[in-house]
Design a protein around this ligand. Sequence first.
Ligand code: ZN
Length: 161
Amino acid sequence: MGRTSEEPESESPVSQGSKTKLRFQNSSVRPGENTSEQTGALRGKFSELGKHGSKLDRAIDTVLAGGVKECVFLPSGRKVITVVGRLGDEFIDPEKPYCSCSNFFFRVLGGREETCYHLMSYRIAAETGKLDTVKFSDEEYGSYLAATIRDVFEVIRKSVS
Ligand SMILES: [Zn+2]
Protein backbone atom coordinates (compact mmCIF):
# COMPACT_ATOMS: atom_id res chain seq x y z
CA MET A 1 0.00 0.00 0.00
CA GLY A 2 1.26 3.41 -0.87
CA ARG A 3 0.42 5.30 2.30
CA THR A 4 1.05 5.38 5.97
CA SER A 5 -1.49 6.78 8.38
CA GLU A 6 0.79 9.60 9.52
CA GLU A 7 0.97 11.22 6.14
CA PRO A 8 -1.51 13.95 5.31
CA GLU A 9 -4.19 12.59 3.00
CA SER A 10 -3.40 14.63 -0.09
CA GLU A 11 0.33 14.16 0.02
CA SER A 12 0.70 10.43 0.08
CA PRO A 13 0.50 9.65 -3.64
CA VAL A 14 2.80 12.61 -4.36
CA SER A 15 5.45 11.42 -1.98
CA GLN A 16 5.21 7.98 -3.46
CA GLY A 17 5.82 9.46 -6.88
CA SER A 18 8.89 11.32 -5.73
CA LYS A 19 10.33 8.28 -4.00
CA THR A 20 9.98 6.52 -7.30
CA LYS A 21 11.81 9.28 -9.09
CA LEU A 22 14.57 9.27 -6.54
CA ARG A 23 15.04 5.58 -7.03
CA PHE A 24 15.21 6.04 -10.77
CA GLN A 25 17.69 8.90 -10.55
CA ASN A 26 19.88 6.98 -8.15
CA SER A 27 20.16 4.08 -10.49
CA SER A 28 20.81 6.22 -13.53
CA VAL A 29 23.70 8.13 -11.93
CA ARG A 30 25.36 4.87 -11.01
CA PRO A 31 25.17 2.87 -14.17
CA GLY A 32 26.57 -0.58 -14.48
CA GLU A 33 26.35 -1.39 -10.80
CA ASN A 34 25.25 -4.99 -10.87
CA THR A 35 22.98 -4.25 -13.79
CA SER A 36 25.31 -4.44 -16.78
CA GLU A 37 24.72 -8.16 -17.09
CA GLN A 38 20.97 -7.68 -17.00
CA THR A 39 21.25 -4.80 -19.45
CA GLY A 40 23.12 -7.03 -21.87
CA ALA A 41 20.60 -9.84 -21.48
CA LEU A 42 17.66 -7.53 -22.11
CA ARG A 43 19.40 -5.91 -25.06
CA GLY A 44 19.82 -9.37 -26.57
CA LYS A 45 16.26 -10.44 -25.85
CA PHE A 46 14.78 -7.28 -27.34
CA SER A 47 17.33 -6.83 -30.10
CA GLU A 48 14.60 -6.16 -32.65
CA LEU A 49 13.85 -2.95 -30.75
CA GLY A 50 17.41 -1.82 -31.46
CA LYS A 51 16.12 -0.19 -34.65
CA HIS A 52 14.74 2.55 -32.39
CA GLY A 53 18.29 3.52 -31.46
CA SER A 54 19.10 4.90 -28.03
CA LYS A 55 15.48 4.48 -26.93
CA LEU A 56 16.12 0.81 -26.28
CA ASP A 57 18.93 1.55 -23.82
CA ARG A 58 16.84 4.18 -22.11
CA ALA A 59 13.92 1.76 -21.89
CA ILE A 60 16.13 -0.97 -20.41
CA ASP A 61 17.56 1.44 -17.82
CA THR A 62 14.02 2.44 -16.88
CA VAL A 63 12.89 -1.17 -16.51
CA LEU A 64 15.90 -2.15 -14.41
CA ALA A 65 15.35 0.86 -12.17
CA GLY A 66 11.81 -0.38 -11.48
CA GLY A 67 10.35 2.60 -13.30
CA VAL A 68 7.36 0.84 -14.85
CA LYS A 69 4.48 0.96 -12.37
CA GLU A 70 1.20 -0.78 -12.72
CA CYS A 71 -1.26 0.64 -10.20
CA VAL A 72 -4.18 -1.68 -9.64
CA PHE A 73 -7.28 -0.36 -7.91
CA LEU A 74 -9.31 -2.82 -5.92
CA PRO A 75 -11.91 -4.22 -5.91
CA SER A 76 -12.65 -2.82 -9.40
CA GLY A 77 -9.39 -4.09 -10.90
CA ARG A 78 -8.98 -0.82 -12.80
CA LYS A 79 -5.38 -0.23 -13.83
CA VAL A 80 -3.30 2.87 -14.40
CA ILE A 81 0.19 2.43 -15.79
CA THR A 82 2.91 5.01 -15.35
CA VAL A 83 6.52 5.07 -16.42
CA VAL A 84 9.07 7.14 -14.58
CA GLY A 85 10.98 9.04 -17.21
CA ARG A 86 13.83 11.51 -17.14
CA LEU A 87 11.51 14.35 -16.23
CA GLY A 88 8.97 12.51 -14.09
CA ASP A 89 5.98 10.23 -14.38
CA GLU A 90 4.24 9.66 -17.69
CA PHE A 91 0.87 7.99 -18.14
CA ILE A 92 0.77 5.24 -20.69
CA ASP A 93 -1.92 3.06 -22.18
CA PRO A 94 -0.16 0.24 -24.01
CA GLU A 95 -3.40 -0.97 -25.59
CA LYS A 96 -4.20 2.21 -27.49
CA PRO A 97 -1.16 2.88 -27.53
CA TYR A 98 -0.84 6.22 -25.78
CA CYS A 99 1.81 8.01 -23.73
CA SER A 100 1.57 11.44 -22.14
CA CYS A 101 5.14 12.44 -23.09
CA SER A 102 5.85 15.15 -25.61
CA ASN A 103 7.85 12.79 -27.79
CA PHE A 104 4.75 10.66 -28.26
CA PHE A 105 2.57 13.69 -28.91
CA PHE A 106 4.81 15.35 -31.45
CA ARG A 107 6.80 12.57 -33.08
CA VAL A 108 4.67 9.43 -32.75
CA LEU A 109 1.27 10.99 -33.40
CA GLY A 110 2.97 13.11 -36.06
CA GLY A 111 3.99 9.90 -37.83
CA ARG A 112 7.75 10.45 -37.61
CA GLU A 113 8.49 7.79 -35.00
CA GLU A 114 6.88 4.48 -34.18
CA THR A 115 6.98 4.59 -30.41
CA CYS A 116 8.46 6.34 -27.40
CA TYR A 117 10.75 4.75 -24.86
CA HIS A 118 8.07 4.75 -22.15
CA LEU A 119 5.87 2.40 -24.17
CA MET A 120 8.93 0.35 -25.00
CA SER A 121 9.78 0.16 -21.29
CA TYR A 122 6.32 -1.19 -20.55
CA ARG A 123 6.65 -3.88 -23.18
CA ILE A 124 10.03 -4.99 -21.85
CA ALA A 125 8.84 -4.93 -18.23
CA ALA A 126 5.64 -6.82 -19.02
CA GLU A 127 7.43 -9.52 -21.00
CA THR A 128 10.14 -10.03 -18.39
CA GLY A 129 7.98 -9.88 -15.26
CA LYS A 130 9.53 -6.60 -14.11
CA LEU A 131 6.33 -4.61 -13.73
CA ASP A 132 6.20 -2.96 -10.34
CA THR A 133 2.60 -3.56 -9.29
CA VAL A 134 1.19 -1.31 -6.60
CA LYS A 135 -2.26 -1.97 -5.17
CA PHE A 136 -4.62 0.79 -4.10
CA SER A 137 -8.21 0.78 -2.99
CA ASP A 138 -10.82 2.23 -5.35
CA GLU A 139 -11.42 5.06 -2.88
CA GLU A 140 -7.84 6.19 -3.43
CA TYR A 141 -8.31 6.53 -7.19
CA GLY A 142 -9.25 10.22 -7.08
CA SER A 143 -6.33 11.35 -4.98
CA TYR A 144 -3.91 9.09 -6.81
CA LEU A 145 -5.02 10.44 -10.17
CA ALA A 146 -4.94 14.05 -9.02
CA ALA A 147 -1.40 13.66 -7.70
CA THR A 148 -0.14 11.85 -10.76
CA ILE A 149 -1.76 14.35 -13.12
CA ARG A 150 -0.07 17.17 -11.20
CA ASP A 151 3.20 15.36 -11.76
CA VAL A 152 2.51 14.87 -15.47
CA PHE A 153 1.65 18.57 -15.82
CA GLU A 154 4.93 19.41 -14.15
CA VAL A 155 6.76 17.22 -16.68
CA ILE A 156 4.92 18.88 -19.56
CA ARG A 157 5.75 22.31 -18.17
CA LYS A 158 9.45 21.38 -17.97
CA SER A 159 9.57 19.81 -21.40
CA VAL A 160 7.98 22.71 -23.29
CA SER A 161 9.75 25.54 -21.50
ZN1 ZN B 1 6.43 8.37 -23.81
